[in-house]
Design a protein around this ligand. Structure first.
Ligand SMILES: Cc1cc2nc3c(=O)[nH]c(=O)nc-3n(C[C@H](O)[C@H](O)[C@H](O)COP(=O)(O)OP(=O)(O)OC[C@H]3O[C@@H](n4cnc5c(N)ncnc54)[C@H](O)[C@@H]3O)c2cc1C
Length: 432
C-alpha cells in the first residue's frame, strides 16, 4: 500500500524489518514454526507506546489482537517529556496532526558544576537528532490507536484490566502482552511489585512562553544533583519542561524543586495542576529472566519490563524495540529466547548509562562534562541505542578515561557493569 504522496505507507513497513532484526537472517517465519495465520490470539494490556507497538507488530504478523487501555485516547494524560529520539519505527506519517510537533535538529546537553544556586557551566555536548521529534504524545497515541482500529485491531479504550480480568485473558488467549508500565500488572498479580530495583521520579508539564531562542533545538541540563531537567520546545511558544531525580536522592518537595529549576533556567513555571509526576524504571531494574513468564503465557514489554535508560530516563525507543522483538519471537515460537535477546540488545546501553551516571552519583560533574564533550556530535539516539560509538569516542580521550578509572567509585561501577552485577540481584529474594 502507498500513502497519499506515493511513498510506502509506514504502517506496512513492519514485517520485513522485524523478521530480519529478530532472527538475524529473516529466515524464521511462521512457515518454519508450523503456526497458521489468524489462528493465534494475543491480548495486549496497556495502550501507550509499548502496547501500541505490540498491537501493531502482532497485527502485521496476522495474529488476532485485542488491545486494552484504561484511559480514553481522546483524554489520555501522558506523563512524559514527549521527546521521541527515533520515530522511524512508529508507523504513522510524521505530521503535526499525528502529534509530531517539532522535528528537533539537536539536543544540547549542558553540565554545570557547583551548587545549583551558584552554578558554573562546565561543558556542553551537542547531539544531532536526525530521527527525533518533540511530540504531543497523546496525539501520537490517539492516531496510532485509530490506525490500528482501522486495520482490524480490537481496540478497547476506557477499559481497565483488573487482576481477575488479566488471569482470564491468560486463559483465553495464546499470549498476553503486559505493557502496563512499572510496576506491571503481572507483578501485581504475583505479589512481586518489589522485584523492580529502583526508578527515577520525574515531574513534567506542558507550558506556554517564549522559546524562540532555543526552538527548534532541545536542551537537557545537568546541575550536580542526581538527576536533570529539560526543556523540549514543541513550537516557539510551547514546550515540555521537566525534572527527574534518582529515587534514593529526592528533594523534600518535588514541586518546589521543579519550580526552582524552571526559575533558574528562565523557563515558565508550571502550576501544580499542569504538572504530572511519575516514575521511570532504570534499566535493568527487573531481572531479565522475569520478562517472560511461560507458565502464565505473559511477556512484559516497555516500562513493565523495567528497561528505560538508567541515565537519561528515555524509554520510548526501548519500549517499541522490546515489543517488536517480543512479537517477532512469539511469531517464530521462540519466546524462550526473549529475555536473553532483549538483554543482549540493551546490555551495552545499560553499561554506558550506569558508568556515566556514576559521575553524578559520585559528585563528579567535571567528569560528566568531559564525557559529554567527548561524545558530542553522535546522534542522540545512538548514544543510548548504539553505545559502542560512544565507547569508541571515549577511547580517544585517555586522560578522561584515566580520570574516570582513577575514581574508586567509578572503577567499582565499571566493574559491576562489566560483570553484570545489577541492583535487582541484591533485592530481597522474597520480592522475586
Ligand atoms: C516525566 C517523564 C518524562 C519522560 N520523558 C521521556 C522522553 O522525553 N523520551 C523518552 O523516550 N522517554 C521518556 N520517559 C520515559 C517514557 O515515558 C517511558 O519509558 C514510556 O512511557 C514507556 O512506555 P510504556 O508503554 O512501556 O508504559 P507507559 O507509558 O507507562 O504506559 C502504560 C499504559 O498502560 C495503561 N495501563 C496501566 N495499567 C492498566 C490496566 N490495568 N489496564 C489497562 N491499561 C492499563 C496506562 O494507562 C498507560 O497507557 C519519561 C518518563 C517520565 C516519567
Amino acid at each position: 500500500m502507498t500513502a497519499g504522496d506515493g511513498t510506502r505507507d509506514p504502517f506496512d513497513a513492519f514485517r520485513a524489518d522485524v523478521d530480519v532484526r529478530a532472527t538475524g537472517s529473516g529466515a524464521t517465519t511462521r512457515a518454519a514454526t508450523g503456526g497458521e495465520a489468524g489462528h493465534r490470539s494475543v491480548a495486549v494490556v496497556g495502550g501507550a507506546m509499548a502496547g501500541l507497538a505490540a498491537a501493531h507488530a502482532f497485527s502485521r504478523l496476522d495474529w488476532g489482537v485485542v488491545l486494552f487501555e484504561r484511559q480514553t485516547f481522546d483524554e489520555k494524560r501522558v506523563n512524559c517529556g514527549e521527546a521521541m529520539t527515533d520515530v522511524t519505527r512508529i508507523p504513522l506519517a510524521k505530521t503535526a496532526e499525528n502529534g509530531f510537533a517539532n522535528d528537533t535538529p539537536t539536543f544540547e546537553v549542558q553540565v554545570f558544576t557547583g551548587d545549583v544556586d551558584d552554578r558554573e557551566l562546565a561543558g556542553t555536548g551537542r547531539f544531532p537528532a536526525s530521527r527525533a521529534y518533540v511530540t504531543d504524545r497523546a496525539l501520537v497515541e490517539r492516531a496510532w490507536a485509530s490506525r490500528l482500529r482501522a486495520n482490524g485491531v480490537d481496540v478497547r479504550e476506557n477499559t481497565g484490566v483488573s487482576k481477575a480480568d488479566f488471569e482470564e485473558l491468560c486463559e483465553t488467549h495464546d499470549l498476553v502482552v503486559d505493557a502496563t508500565g512499572q510496576p506491571s500488572l503481572a507483578s501485581k498479580i504475583e505479589g512481586t511489585t518489589a522485584e523492580y530495583a529502583g526508578a527515577m521520579t520525574a515531574l513534567n508539564a506542558d507550558v506556554e512562553g517564549d522559546f524562540s531562542d532555543l526552538y527548534p533545538d532541545s536542551r537537557i541540563v545537568f546541575e550536580n544533583y542526581l538527576g536533570y531537567s529539560w526543556v523540549f520546545p514543541k513550537s516557539e511558544s510551547r514546550a515540555n519542561v521537566g525534572i527527574g531525580w534518582a529515587q534514593d536522592r529526592q528533594p523534600e518537595s518535588y514541586m518546589a524543586a521543579f519550580e526552582a529549576a524552571c526559575e533558574r533556567n528562565d523557563w515558565p513555571v508550571p502550576t501544580r495542576e499542569q504538572a504530572n509526576v511519575y516514575t521511570i524504571p532504570r534499566g535493568p531494574s527487573l531481572d531479565p529472566d522475569r520478562t517472560w513468564l511461560p507458565d502464565r503465557g505473559v511477556v512484559r514489554v516497555g516500562d513493565a519490563a523495567g528497561i528505560a535508560n538508567r541515565f537519561t530516563g528515555k524509554g520510548i525507543s526501548q519500549a517499541i524495540e522490546s515489543s517488536y522483538l517480543a512479537a517477532a519471537l512469539a511469531d517464530a515460537g521462540a519466546l524462550d529466547d526473549y529475555p536473553d535477546a532483549l538483554y543482549a540488545r540493551l546490555r551495552d546501553e545499560y553499561r554506558l548509562a550506569y558508568v556515566v551516571r556514576g559521575a553524578l552519583e559520585d559528585g563528579r560533574p567535571d567528569i560528566l562534562s568531559g564525557v559529554m564533550e567527548a561524545v558530542s556530535g553522535i546522534d542522540v539516539e545512538d548514544v543510548d541505542r548504539n553505545p559502542r560509538k560512544a565507547f569508541a569516542r571515549l577511547a580517544r580521550h585517555p586522560v578522561l578515561v584515566a580520570n574516570m578509572l582513577g575514581s574508586k567509585p567509578m572503577l567499582k561501577r565499571a566493574w559491576r557493569a562489566w560483570t553484570n552485577d545489577w541492583e535487582f540481584k541484591h533485592l530481597d529474594a522474597t520480592a522475586r
